[in-house]
Design a protein around this ligand. Sequence first.
Ligand SMILES: [Zn+2]
Length: 132
Amino acid sequence: MHEAGLMASVLGIIDQSRVENNIRRVTEITLKVGVLNGALPDALQFAFDALRSEYTWLDASSVLRIESVPAILLCFECHYQGPGSEMTCPACQSVLTQLIQGEEFDIVGFDGEVDESRKDRSLYEPLGRGGQ
Ligand SMILES: [Zn+2]
């Protein structure tokens, strides 16, 4: 499945960024997907649910958000700019058009919990647990 491969590479990129930013748990991932991209939001969600158990930094409450980006067509003949998924201008039927959005697949970002214990470990460890 196309979406499973896409989702696996998204999670790989986020894993790398998460480690660099000392994030131990990712709570929310946001993607921006154009309606003409070919990747279906439902299939991406399915792939995310299937893959999440393979990553220690994801759990059942981690959320995948997908922002759908509508297709916008620009016409070089009549300067129409607006919705259109065909390459023919809906205003003047010209084929001298360009799709200016609707095919993207972007990782907008992710939220997570920073691992505070790791950051502070060097300060706390010499003091011990105290009182135990
Ligand atoms: Zn036109």
